[in-house]
Design a protein around this ligand. Structure first.
Ligand code: XMP
Length: 527
């Protein structure tokens, strides 16, 4: 395993992805991790980039023990400055202007069989790279030689003369450093001699063994499923590991899309043989939401209702299991947390209090953990979304589900602006069904990351009618990680055809608008 120490750059996780694309297994931990706390020894260490300056008060610094391990080290951007600064703080200067963008890197070969040439081996004399930095090295740290430079950065690449320690100012993990993966390949497989054994099948086997060990042969596990790819894959894996001691719970909130509950039931119960309970709570959710218009209040009510129902289910499952072969206590709560969610909360700055906070349906695990003493089990915590999809395919989950767009826990409630009534939910459900069906028929569903219909609070006039009708808002975005997003560019004829059908077929709707806002400044959902 290669250890990536994260100094908080937005592209740190891409280092992991590039390494995994080389089948090299890597894990990322906060840059302040104490090596003494690690239970494993890395074959090499990468120090990522980061937004700070090594001179800042409170700037993050790495545990000096990494230099005593004797394993190869690669510092990227801030990581490179950190290496140089550790040796002598005069080696780095605070930048005055930011160097940002693409440039050409000249590679300086030392020649002979010197190890310092190995980082850029096979890359020729010059490559195109992406740079983004304020500070830079102004002199070579003691014991180092220069291995690369650019027009503006004299020491864009450095290597220790005798030890396998390298620093580069460029970002090999970013797409625009077109040959960046080769640099990471040289570092991980040639210099660190990391094994290229990271494969999905190995991961599945390893995870099943881990789950069995963790849960033991008596305890029971419960988990919420939504029909989305993460919870379905996590549930399928639990089924594989502990059979019917895993209980999947699907809450019908009355806020799901057309036929959604039925489809989830068929997939999980019939195709994947998962032990599933459906809790019909549509009336409960809608009655608790009556008259509520504040987005945060809606989320809170929904989150708490979910928890109330889960608490009841956990007790029921334990009661029912008494005197059966499944008589163990319900000790674990399954969550489909992915790596990007963890990265956010692992960052040295602490959890960023932004988007992810609402991802757990209003603090679901926290109260479950405290109230019931349940422990959290997160089998997907090392994976990225595309890896979960691949994983899902290997577990025999249908392609349609594997590629399904995300759907938020609070469901249509956060897509009905203003009050959530059964009638208004129904209008969104119908419009959404037309929108998504037409996107699928046009064969472009997989080209976008998420699409949905929502309902505005205002009413407007429709030709020939005196009553005011409602306004449907359509949103479709492309996004790499849901942290930022761009509006999907529909063929205009298709968009007009979608609008025509919605206005004609959904009673009470008089206008349809397509939202072209990017994120940021917008968000993907409207509330
Ligand atoms: P935003 O609107 O924050 O959405 O740009 C980013 C992603 O998160 C989903 N989302 C939620 N998921 N509960 C969820 O389970 C929520 O309350 C929630 N709010 C947003 C959203 O659908 C998108 O994929």
């Amino acid at each position: 395993t290669v250890l990536v120490l994260d100094f908080g750059s937005q592209t740190s996780h891409l280092i992991l992805r590039r390494l995994r694309s080389l089948n090299v297994y890597a894990e990322m931990l906060p840059c302040t991790t104490k090596l003494a706390n690690l239970t494993w020894t890395p074959v090499g260490i990468v120090l990522s980039g980061g937004p700070s300056s090594v001179y800042d008060e409170g700037a993050p610094h790495v545990d000096p023990a990494i230099f005593d391990l004797g394993v190869p080290i690669l510092g990227i951007c801030y990581g490179c400055q950190e290496l140089a600064w550790r040796i002598n703080d005069k080696n780095v200067t605070r930048g005055e202007a930011r160097e940002y963008g693409e440039t050409d890197l000249t590679i300086h070969k030392v020649g002979g069989s010197n190890h310092v040439d190995r980082l850029f081996e096979g890359l020729g004399d010059s490559i195109h790279v992406f740079m983004s930095h304020f500070d830079k090295l102004v002199r070579l740290p003691e014991g180092f030689v220069r291995i690369a430079s650019t027009k503006n950065t004299e020491f864009a690449g450095i290597a220790h003369q005798t030890k396998p320690i390298f620093g580069i100012q460029l970002h090999p993990e970013i797409y625009h450093t077109y040959r960046g993966t080769e640099i990471l390949d040289n570092f991980s497989t040639k210099i660190c001699k990391a094994r290229q054994s990271w494969k999905m099948e190995n991961f599945i086997e390893k995870e099943i063994i881990r789950i069995r060990k963790l849960v033991g042969d008596k305890a029971q596990v419960i988990g919420a499923v939504s029909g989305g790819v993460d919870s379905t894959v996590a549930a399928r894996l639990m089924k594989e590991a502990i059979g019917d001691r895993f209980h999947a719970i699907l809450v019908d909130t009355g806020l799901m899309r057309l036929n959604e509950c039925q489809q989830v039931k068929e997939t999980l119960q019939q195709h994947l043989s998962i032990n599933l309970t459906i809790v019909d709570a549509a009336e409960l959710f809608l009655s608790r939401l009556a008259g509520v218009v504040e987005p945060e209040a809606k989320r809170k009510i929904i989150g708490e209702t979910f928890i109330d129902l889960f608490e009841k289910e956990a007790i029921r499952i334990e009661e029912e299991a008494k005197n059966t072969p499944l008589s163990g206590k319900v000790e674990w709560f399954l969550q489909g947390t992915l790596y990007p969610d963890l990265i956010e909360s692992l960052s040295w700055k602490g959890p960023s209090a932004t988007i992810k906070s609402h991802h757990n349906v209003g603090g679901l695990p926290a109260r479950m953990m405290n109230g019931q003493g349940l422990k959290l089990i997160e089998p997907l915590r090392e994976l990225f979304k595309d890896e979960v999809r691949e994983f899902g395919r290997q577990l025999g989950i249908h392609q349609d589900l594997v590629m399904r767009h995300p759907f938020p826990g609070p469901g249509i409630a956060i897509r009905v602006l203003g009050e959530v009534t059964p009638e208004r939910v129904e209008i969104v459900r119908k419009a959404d069904h037309i929108f998504i069906s037409m996107i699928k028929e046009a064969g472009i569903y997989d080209q976008m990351s998420q699409a949905y219909a929502a309902l505005d609070t205002n009413r407007v006039i429709k030709a020939n009618l005196t009553v005011l009708g409602m306004i449907i808002l359509l949103r479709a975005v492309t996004s790499a990680d849901f942290m930022s997003a761009e509006p999907f560019e529909f063929p205009f004829d298709l968009l007009k055809a979608i609008v025509r059908r919605i206005v004609n077929e959904v009673d009470g709707v008089s206008r349809v608008a397509y939202d072209c806002t990017s994120k940021p400044p917008g968000t993907i959902e409207l509330e």
